[in-house]
Structure formats: structure tokens, C-alpha cells
Design a binder for this molecule. Sequence first.
Ligand SMILES: [Zn+2]
Ligand SMILES: [Zn+2]
Ligand SMILES: [Zn+2]
Ligand SMILES: [Zn+2]
Ligand SMILES: [Zn+2]
Ligand SMILES: [Zn+2]
Ligand SMILES: [Zn+2]
Length: 1750
Amino acid sequence: MAAAESDREVPSALCTEFLNFSVKDTASKWLQVTDLYKEVYHHLARYVPKIYCLGPNLNPQSEDLLAQMLLQAPLEWYLCGEDPSTGLAKLEQNNQPSQLCGHVFKVGEPTYSCRECAADPTCVLCMQCFLGSVHKEHRYRMTTSGGGGFCDCGDTEAWKKGPYCQKHEPNISDSCHEDPLAHLSTDMIARCYNVFSIVLKYAVDMLTWDKEDELPPGLEPPDRSDSYYCMLFNDEVHTYEQVIYTLQKAVNCTQKEAVSFATTVDRDGRKSVRFGDFAFCELAKSVIVRNTSRQSKPLRVQVMHSSVVAHQCFALKALHWLGHVIGYSDALRRILCQVGLERGPEGENSSLVDTLMLCDSKMWKGARNVYHQLFMSSLLMDLKYKKLFAIQFAKNYERLQSDYVKDDHDREFSVTDLSVQMFTVPSLARMLITEENLMTTIIRTFVDHLRHRDLQGRFQFERYTAQQAFKFRRVQSLIGDLKYVLISRPTEWSDQLREKFLEGLDTFLELLKCMQGMDPVVRQVGQHIEMEPEWEAAFTLQMKLTHIISMIQEWCATDERVLIEAYKKCLTALTHCHSGFADGEQPITLSMCGHSVDTIRYCVSQEKVSIHLPVSRLLAGLHVLLSKMEVAYRFPEQLPLSELSPPMLIEHPLRCLVLCAQVHAGMWRRNGFSLVNQIYYYHNVKCRVEMFDKDLIMLQAGASMMDPNHFLMIVLSRFELYHIFSSADCRKRYNRETANKDVVQQNNTLTEEMLHLIMMVVGERFEAGIGQVEGCDEIKREILHQLCIRPMAHSELVKALPENENKETGMERVIDCVASFKKPGVTGRGLYELRPECAKQFNLYFHHYSRADQSKAEEAQRKLKRQNGEDTALPPPVLPPFCPLFASLVNILQCDVLLGMLGAVLQWAVEPSAGHWSESMLQRVLHLIGMALLEERQQLENSSEDNDFNFTLKMSRPGEAPSNTASVLALLENLQNAPHLEVHKDMIRWLLKTEAGIKTLRERSASTSTVTASGSRGQEETACDKDKAERKRKAEMARLRREKVMAQMSEMQRHFINENKELFQQSLEELDASTSTSLEHSPTSSDAALVCVGPRRSRPREKRQVVTCILCQEEQEIRADGKAMVLAAFVQRSTVMSKNRKRPPHDPKRYDPLFMHPDLSFGTHTGSCGHIMHSHCWQRYSEAVQAKEQRRQQRLRVHTSYDVGNGEFLCPLCECLSNTVIPLLPRTKGSSSCEQPGLGQWLKTSGQQIKAMHSAHRKLQPVSTVEETVEEECPAPEVFTVNYIPTNPYSSTIKEMLTTFGTATYKVGLKVHPNEQDPRIPIMCWGSCAYTIQSIERLLVDEKKPLFGSLPCRQDECLSSLARFGSACWTAACQPTVQGHFIRLVAALIPDPLVEASPCILDVDMLHLLVSVVLSYGSVHSQDSSGLSVDAVQLHLFHLITVAHMVQILLTSGPEEVTMEQESGEAERGEEEGACRLYNTLRTHVGSSLPEVGSGWHLWRCVKTGILPYLRGAALFFHHLNGVPAPPELHALCPGQWEVLCGYLSLPSNLLQLFHSQQELLEPLLHGWCTHPGVQQTLQGGGVLVSFPRESNSLIDLPDDYSALINQASSFTCPKSGGDKSRAPTLCLVCGSMLCSQSYCCQTELEGEDVGACTAHTFACGAGVGIFLRVRESQVLFLAGKTKGCFYAPPYLDDYGETDQGLRRGNPLHLCHERYRKIQKLWRQHSITEEIGHAQEANQTLVGIDWQHL
Ligand SMILES: [Zn+2]
Ligand SMILES: [Zn+2]
Ligand SMILES: [Zn+2]
Ligand SMILES: [Zn+2]
Ligand SMILES: [Zn+2]
Ligand SMILES: [Zn+2]
Ligand SMILES: [Zn+2]
């Protein structure tokens, strides 16, 4: 009660104060006083509590008004020293605006970045600036803002090029260094300073105030009331549901109010949920705390005195005001910055800005947002103070981050989020590193937060608690800050920067040391591990650090001194790590092929091994830089090269690579998935750059410093293969080793992996510094190898390439050298194809191929070679030379140990035995030999002086142990003819040829004496080659022929399957075709034109109609007394053709569907897949489905794509969603025509019949309702027997199916429960028939297809069934009911005094009327025995309705358009005159509501175009009802359609004759229609006026550029939560409404369930079916009902022809009209639901989505 009273008191209490208050006086007083601070505080203490927070229902508008008057106005006056309206204007005039745009982004607003010019990806432009910038012509990236952040236009540091847009281009005359304060008077500056310091201090005081019941000194209110708020604060722990539930209990509110409270708390961070005296609020608080403390920490609630809340409200207002005022002038902005950063009384870090920052995590969300905004528009917009602020920010950094880690709000609400605004500015970042040691601070803060370590001081993430995991997630943002700081590399180094960077590097190495060796694994033998160990945290850390590690290397690469120091530090760190690995390994000596080496005994398969080696890998990276920057050659003396111990360097990387090999070999199966995952990520594109790649480099670095034989022996030993290759008789392995098969298999795989590793160590030279390559060669090679697998889309390539810290792959620069882009087809995406000349660079053993990639690439490349008629050898490519530092690596290829290994494997291959060798092993050996040969050839070709690389010599030497075994060359020659190595023949031949070529080369450079000999040998060889080539060509031809035959066969097979699917449809088609051919030959119809309605209608010969049941495959004739055959059908409500989406849905209980309004706002559509079944087969099938589904649902609780409970099922053949079946009925036989009555005669007869029926029906009615009427008994015409009950011609199964389909249409169309007795059932069926015809007619027009012959036969079949069903459905209903419908339908045309409330003709859709009246006539005709033919009646009804439609069209034709007078031909004169006469007659009846139209041409054109859809619909209808084939002219789009159509419909082509020839009879009817009160009313604008023809509805127009949509959506606010941004703005593509989807705020109740905005909209806009565009996601959403939905590809594509669902790629997107038309077509043909069904069947996860909440 108290609340209500105080609410009312507000105006009166303030009224007097308000009237007496003078802004000017107050301000003048302030100008006089000495202690302004005290004075203003006093003023605030007095007024603030009187304006704010006076009741529970805050009324912001009046509050804001009062605050403006009483509080802000005097401040502004004081500030200006005059009336602020003039003072502020002056300020604005003198202002020289800064060049920075500084536009602050709203959530979801589009932002643009330039991939070419932006300093880093955080540099963005707003849409306005972007459109005016040079970057719109560049390769740009488009994203949506997450809110916060501002436009970087005008910031020269943010852009390498084009920093200004046109608007922010600096004026050259401006001197930008001028102090903005220079334009202001000293007085003004002083006043400004005073006001800002007081107001800012006040705001800081209030926002950081933590007492609930007291105020800061000087602000105590003059009088205190006992009024409190119970304030609920936001946290990210409790869910919406918990909060809502708790609130309902605690403060006794409705669910709706609770939702609103919860929404506000989530948005603003706090909300008062109760107002009243202290005890009252305290009670609510205790309930809330009690209710939420059980699961977790309780919700935060405070009981606060109203005056405290009031001051806090005004404090926020004051901050807003400051932001507003500084917008007038840069000078004011600077003063505010100065005030904010001025050191406070407590010394360092005590300025107001510091105070705010340090209290950040204690404030509620709303307050934080407001002050962050103010910081952005003040401190960050002033270049001088941005720097000072950055320094303060860096000083407080550690504390702020610690607060943030403890805070439970997301980072976007934390002041730490501002780091991006400063750290990404290169000059600031560098200044902060040198002056505030920021790099070290960030890393140290990060390390400090990860305290959990093992005994060796390494991170330990195992057994992390939830809280630690949360903290771990939070501190990751620090890595983001580090990235910002490092993102732009220095161009010049100062000593100080060097010092601080290296200090930072030291800290960073400390961090890496904690990671080196973390999460070690030990091979599990015997039992499988019990629990998967935690691995993700360590990998998360590694992934997050990947870019940092790369960037640190890049920094080092810009300065030699830094690089040298960094290398030393890193080496020291690594040595330190190794001393920590006290593995206690025993030294052993290995010897092989006459070489020996000392190493340690260590087995990866037995001891601990870790995949995390960041220190080693950083050193590897730096080592490459030594070579790349040539430091190693220029300053070798400064490097600690002598301290390097190569075996130590390679030890751990080698172990890691061996681990991978052993996992591949299946030795670690018992260690579970965690290890598999780690190995996967180790090689994955996201991690490999700083993991796998660097391990390989370390091996290269180590090996380059070692004797190759020693290196290989250590490798063999670590691979645990040493014993195999070192034994004296290793070539006889098959004899010796008979151990267990698994071990043999393992060793085979390990050998393969080891050979591969050797290839990589020698062959991977594409990193600049290792090989002599350019920077872009590496990426070129990556792309090339991806495209060797198959042509790829842009997005696929991007995914396969590593991204740098700017999210760039560098692909665009080089892609054109290696690939050509093939434009996409209509719906496909564009693909890059490898340029053919690049294929020779293909390396089968490319180090980034997975095994699957490798085999795919191999297959593709072999196929390509075959297609080109080449041999299928895939020799290694020619490689670039090594850089000097790595040059010695080539010697691995010719060292004794390798040759020994090669010989062994070749020997095994010569004499293979079960399982002791593998083809891949051999393939690798051949590849290695190839590499060696190429290396030799290249060295021979390139260098003039002798070199010592002579592999050909070594390969022809016999093996050493046992003595005089075959040489490698001999073994190769031997293998050339081995039958079991067919696949490798080409390769062996290539090797031998290359070897011979090299020999020739060597010989040529040696003596000339052997020339003849070698020459003759050469000739021999060529002859031999020729022979071989010929044989090969033949073989190739044979193979090609074989392939072609195979292809043909598989094509035929596929065709056959397709055909079978269509088989059943085809059987129907054939039937149709045969009927039509028989017709052509029948003499009766060949001369006469085809007519489909009326006594003259053509009578096709009756033919047996036989169909096949898809379920039992039996044939069945369609007969009235036969077994029922049914067609699977799907009935749905539709608004596709609606011309009035504002019409509210009908009340299903009361709605009378007899007359369809011409706006077609709701219709019922029936579609079918055309598959036919026996009714009993179908019944059995659907019972089985139901039983199965029930079982399945009980067991698995899964949804299905179809709702069994609702009668839905999938067509057993094509899986098309269906919900009922239509019975197939035979064509009704035409009666022989005797003399038929004319219109006048018929009107009379039917009038009598109707009267007779009226009286008969009256008798049927229960006595009580019959009024006492004294009407005379109407004698029925003798031939009309009202009581005659005709025999039902249909079999019982057909009757049953008639009921089934009727009930289904009724149930779906009206959304009611099934009721077989409802009189509306036949009406719904007729309506569905008419609506389906209309929709098909529209579709044919839209698709520009002829009226007949172009429909798929499933639609033809569906229409025929619908029409015939419609004419038979009365037999399943109560006959008088149907007759009653007929009477009412006729009464709309021929006035009947006994029928009340007939609609006016403007409210009737004439095709619906035609279909209903014709189909209902059967019920009347059955009682007529006069010989009156149905045909005659159909024609009379049709003519009558056609006249009515013409009248309808003329009435709605609208005024004449101002066009040139058209000259019309003689032929049309008659029509025009007729149209004029009819129109003038109408005017005499209707009067002035109808404008005068002089042009007959205009009127006739209106009639002709307006009536065409109706005539086409009627033609479809009668065609299917009466089965008369359509004239051939209507099967094409040729001219003269009108005449043919009229002829087919038995109409004169001058339609006006219909009226004029029967004018006396029709004139009274016309009068009746026109004088209906509804006509006048509608014409004068009282109703929905639909004009004809009705245009087809289209989906809304979409903008070409997707960012226009994003922009539109970003300014869209949730309609329910007062101006709040919507999280998932979603556009209805049918009507263009924007909705707030997937959000609590906009949930509504629909039929007793909570549904999201989209589902709710769907019911109003699309009768349950909806098509939406989710703007943020760039995704189309289809919804049907509450449970069905799917996502669909959006119609927006980038230049590569690809969509970007989720806007992750960020390429500019443009509308693809074809795709959009495809979506529109799905909608127009009512296939959305079907599409969803198919999508859900294909992807079961779609079924689980909670579609109704979208
Ligand atoms: Zn801008
Ligand atoms: Zn701009
Ligand atoms: Zn650019
Ligand atoms: Zn069957
Ligand atoms: Zn089907
Ligand atoms: Zn809509
Ligand atoms: Zn909303």
C-alpha cells in the first residue's frame, strides 16, 4: 500500500519545488560560492532522492525529465556560464573533431577488416567508414561485433594503408598536434574542471559504494523514510530457470513477472524485486538466499535503502551526461581525461579512473557497461590520454586480472576487456613493454595462476576441480593479451626494448619449462587403462600458445642480437630441462656396417615419454633462424655451437616421433583414446607448426651435425629395430624370425615408419632456412599436395592450411601459381584444380599427409597418369638444395647404414615369405633410392667441381655382410622381373633408367673412349624400350576398354535402380498414354474439338484402370466395388497464397469454411508422392510402424522425424512424409445426353428442387427447433424424390477410405480433433481440392510451364484423386447435410429467401465456389430421375459462376490507368463494347462507389487478365473430374491459348456474351449481387478488397550484400525487453518480420506450451510452416509445427561459391538468386515440411533439437 501512495505523491510533492526552481539562479549561486563541491553535493543530497526511486514501479521517463531539469541543467549552465543551449552550440562550433571515428559497436553490428591492410585482425571499421574507404576494393573480412570495441578509422597505426575513410580524411590545413584546449578561455577551463571533478567524483563514490543503508558524507538526505529495495544481482552460475523459480516463491509474483525480473537481472546486472519497509524486503531476501544456497553459492541479494539506490541511479545518469557533454568538444574531453587520471590523495594508482578499474569486479553489470563506455569515448579517444591510461592499466594489470579470474562475469563485462584497445596499438604496446615491462607482467601473472605442479615443477592438470578448471579457462584470456602485445613486430629495436623483450623471453621460457615433459605416458601392457587420463587442458594450453611461440620467433628474426641472446637462453633452458630428466639410462654401444656409436639404452615402449616438448621446439625454430638470417655464418663465434650435443638435441623429439610410429603400429592400444587424440592433435593443422614440424626440424638440425651412420643407428635403436637390421644375417630375416605374428606385423609397420622418417629428414627442405626456398614456396607446396588428393573448395583448403595469428593462411598470394579456379555451377561451389604442370612436384611421402590422405593422393595421381597415357611410377620430385647449415643431411642417403638397410629390404622383397616384409616397405625403399639418384643427378648438373656424392657407385657395390651379397643395383634389376611386384615395375624401371642416365652423365664428363660402347648399349636400350612401350600401350588400351565397359555396366545398374523406383509411376503414365492414344484414333473425337464440361463434353472411351500396389506388388483394377487402392498423401494448412497475412486465425470450433474469401488467407493443401497401395496393405503397414515407434520411444526416448500419434508416416517406397491416404476412384460415367434444359428452364427446376429439399429437411429436424411455420407444403417435382435413398455404389473398403481421407483433411485443415460426424468434412475436402488446384495453377505460371502435360504424374494423380474423391465424398456423409451445403452455395448466386447471411460476391473465391457447388451437386442429382444430366448442370453452374466472377472483377478493377489509348483490332471491339455495357449496368446498381471508366479496352483487359487464373483452374478441375484429355495447344506455351481454353471449357471466347445472351435472366441476379450491403461496404473500404488477378506471392526481397542484413539486424531490438538487443535476430522470409528468436524474453504460450518467437510467428504467418533467415548465423531455418525443423543452406555465397554458415569465414557474401529461387520454389510447392522430413531422416541429430524454442 505504501508503494501505491508514494507513487501518487510524486508529482504534487515536487510540484512546488519544481515551480520555484530556477536553473539560472542555482548556477549563479554556484558561480559565487567558494566551496562548490560542498554546494553541489548538498544540491544532489536534496534533490536526487526526491526524483529517483520513489516506488516499486520506476518511471524512467518522468525521472529523466526531472533529472534533466533539476540536476543536469544547472550543471550545464554553470559549465557554460550562460544558457547551455547557446553555450554548447558555441563549443561545438569551435570544435575541431578528432580524426578518429570511434564509433562504438553494438552487439551484432557488422564490422569490416581488411585482410591486406589491417595491422591485425582486431582493427575494424564500421559500415559507414568501410563504405567510404579504399578497403572495400580489397580482400576484406566481415564479421559481427560481439559488442564493445570501436571503429579504428583514422588510427594510422591500425592500417598499413588507407587509414582514413572519406569522412575522416584529415584536413591538411589542420595542425593535428595543436592542443585542443587552446580554443577555450581560462575561465571556461576552470569551470569545466570544477564540474567534471565533482560529478565524476560523485559517480565514482556512488558506484563503488558498498554500504546498503548509508550514504557518503555530504549526501545524507534531509529526511529518511523507511523504504527499501530488495535488490537481486546477476551471476553466471544460476540458470534462468532457477532464478525464475526462486523469485516466484520468494516475492510471490507470477511466472511472467519472474521472467521479466530475470531478464532484467541478466541484462542490467541487478533488479529490485521488492519495494517496501526493511522487514518486508529482508524477508524476501532470506527466502531467495535459502532457496538458492543448496546447489551452489546463493544468489546475491541486498536490501538497500531507497536513497542509496536513488543516488546510484543518478550516478549512472551523470556518467551518461559526461559522455554526452564531451561529445561537444575535444577540449572538454581532454579536461575530463585529465580529471579522471589526476592522482588522488592516496598517492599512486588512486585517481578516479584507477578507483573505478580496481572496483570493477565488485560493480554490477549495468554500472560497468556505463563506465566502460565513458572510458571508450573519453580516454581511448584522446591520443595523449590513451597513452597515460594505458600506463595506469598496465600498472594495475596484475590486480585487474586477478579480480577478473575470481569474478564470475564474462570477460565482455570486465574492464580487462579494454586491453585490446591499447595493446594492439603497436607504439603503445612497445612503450608498455619497455616502460612497464608488460610482457613479463602478463606472462608472470599467467604462470602465477597455474599453481598446480608435479614434483618436477611441471603443470599438472590431472584431477582439476571444477573451480580450477574455471580459473584455467579464465586465465587463458591473458594469452590473448600477450598475443595483442606481440602481434606487430618491431621495425627497429632500442636497447631498452631488447632488454625487456629478453626479460620477457626469460619468463616465457620459465612457462615453457613447466610444460616440457608434462602429461607423460607409459605404455600399458596386459590390461587396458581404467580411466582415460586428462589430456585436453595441456593441449588447450599448447594450442593457445602456438601463435605466441611463432610470434616470439618472428620477433627474434628481426634483430640479430636478440636472436643470438634468445638462442643462448633457450639452449640453457633446454639443458636445464634435461638435467631434470633423471632417467638413469645405461650407456650402450651400437655398431653396424663397420660403424659404431655410443648412446643410451632407452625404449619408448617401456619408459615414460611425453608429447609436450615446447623448449626443444622453440630451440629448433631459433636454430632455423640462425641459418635463415645467416647469423650462423656471420657470427659463429657468438654462438654456443660448441655446447650443442646433437644426440641430446634429437633425443626427445625422436622419442616423440617413435611414440607416434608405435601408436600406428598398434602397440599402444591399451592406452585408450586419450593418447590417440593427442597423437591426432600433434599432427593436426592447428598444432603441428609448433609440434610435429619442429620435432622434425630438430632431428634435421641434430643429424646435420652428426655422422649419418651414427644418426641412423640411434634412430634404429629408438625405433627398437636395431636388432633386426644389425644382425649379421639380417637379409635372411624370413628364416630366422618366426616369432609371433603380431610382433612381425608391428615391426613391419615400424620399419615403414622409420623409412618414412628418414625420407622426411632428408627431403623436407621447404622451410626457409633449411632449404634454399622463398617464404611462399612452403605454402605453395602445401596447397599443391592438398590438390593432389582432389580438387577442393576454398573453405576446404583454408581448413587444411595453418593459419597465422591474423587468421590468414597466405593462400591468396600463391594459389594462382598452383591452381586454377573452376567456377561453381548453379548450386555447387567453386573448386580449385591443380595446374597440370605442377603435378610433377607431387611427393607421395609429403610429411603432412595422413595415411588416408596418402593413399587417396596415390590413387588420384596414378589415375591421372594413366589418363595421360604415362607410366604409373610416382617418383620423388626434384628438391631444392639445402642451406649450408643443413647441407650435410644429404649424406644420409649414401651412408653405409642406409645402404645396408636398403639392401636388406630389397633382399626380403626378392625372396618374400609370409608376412616378413610389406609392399609399403619396398615402396619406401624405392622412393629413397629415387631421392638419392635425383640428388646425385642434380649435384652433377649444378656444380662443375667434383663432389663426393656418388650414390650410383655405392649402390653397385656388393653388400658387406655377409660377404659379397648382391648389390642394391643388382637386387633392383632382379626385382624388375619379379611377378609379385607388378605394381612397382614402373617405379623400378624409372630407377634403373635414372641410374643409367647418371652413369652416362658421369661417363660423358670422364673419358670419351667408352662412348661407343655405352652408345650401342643405349641403342639396345631404346629398342628394348620401344618394344616395352608398344606392349604397354596395348595393355593400356585393353585396360581402358575394360574400364569403359565397367563404367557402362555400373551406369546401367544405377539406371535400373532409378527406373525401378519410378516403375510404379510409370505404369500409371503408360495407362494415361494408352488412353490418349486410343482417343486419337476414335473417330468420334478426332474431328470435334475437345470439351471438358457440359453436355457437349468429349467422352473418352472407358478403359480399365489397373495399378500395382507398392507393398504387395499385386495388380488391382480400380473399381467402385473393388478393393480400395489408396495414394499416400500429405495434407497441410497453408498461407502460401494469402493476400492478407493480417487476418487472425479462425476459431476452429466455430469457423464455417463453406465460402473461401478471395484473400485466400488460410487454405488446405494436399500433396502426394504418387505411390499407390492397397488400403489393407497400407493399414497393416501403418499399424506395424506405430507399434515399432511405440516400442522405440519407450526404449530410447527419441523423437522421430514424423509424428506417429498424429497419423504421420513415411511412404514405404520413397520415405516421403505423409499423413493420410486418398482413395483412388473410377471415373464417373457420363450419362447419355437427351434434350437438356436451357438456363431459364434449369433455374426454374432447380429452384423447385431446392424448395422441396428445404421442406424435407425441415421435417427431419427435431420438433423442438422447428418454428411454427405455416408455409404451404412445397410439392416436389414429380421426378425428384426427396426421400429416395440412393444405393451406395462403393465397396466397404472404399467407404472406409472415404471416411479416412475426409476426416484427415478436416482434422488437419481446421486443427481440430477428428470427428467423423462433423458436417464440415465434405466442405474441407472440396476446399482442399480447390486450393490445391489454385496453387498448382500458380506454380505453373511462375515456372512458365504450360497448363497441361508439364506436371509430374504424381501431381496429376493427386489432382484426379482429389476431384473424384470430392464428387464421391457425399456418399460417406449425411445426405441432407450435403444438400444443405449445396443450397447455401447456390444461394450465394441465386438469392434464396430461406437462406440467411449469404455472403456478398466480393467475399467469395469463385474457384472454391465452383468446385464446391459442382462436387456437392452429386447429392442432389442422386434424387433426380428426370433425365437431367449432370453435365448440363455443371455447365449452367459454371457459366453462372463465371459471370459472377466477371462482375467481381469489374467491381474491383480500380480506376483506369493513364495510358495511351490503345488501338484495338476489329476482333476485340465486341468484347470491349460488351465490357462497357456490363460495367455501366453495374454502375446503375452500385452507384457512385464505382468510378466512371470510359475505355472499353481497359475493362476488357481487366476481365481477360483477371479471369484467366480462374479459367485455368476450372480447366484443371474439369479435366481431372471428367477425364477429358486436354487439347494439344494447352500442352505448350503457344499463342492463341485463350480461344483454346474457352473452347475446352465450352465458353464463348467473348465471355461477355455469357451475360448479354441471357440478359433478362441474369439481370435480376446481377441486381441482387450488387445491392448486397457487403458490396457497398467493401467498395468504400470497409473490408478486404482483393483485385484480380492475384499475383503469386514471393518471398521477401533480400539485399544483394549480406552486410546490409547484418546491419538491419543489429539495429533490431527485442520488442519485449525495452530496447534490448536481440541475441538471435531472425528474419521471416515470408513476410519480412524480424523476430527475437531463441530467447526467453520472447517466448509465448501457444496451445498451452512455451514456444519461441519463430514458432509463434509461424502459426500466425504460415499456418505452422515457416521459413526464416537467422541473420547472425547466415543460415536458413525451416520450421513445421512445434517439433519439426531443419537448417538449410542460405542463399548467400562468397566469391568462391560457398556459403558461410555461422559467419566463420568472414568473406563478403552476396545473394545468389538461383538459390533463393530454389527456396522460394520449395515454399510455393508446399514442400517445406517434406524437406524437413528428409533432412531429419538423413541427420538424426536434427530430431533432438528443441525447435519449438527457436
Ligand atoms: Zn567508423
Ligand atoms: Zn571513418
Ligand atoms: Zn585494404
Ligand atoms: Zn497391396
Ligand atoms: Zn512415395
Ligand atoms: Zn512472417
Ligand atoms: Zn526478445
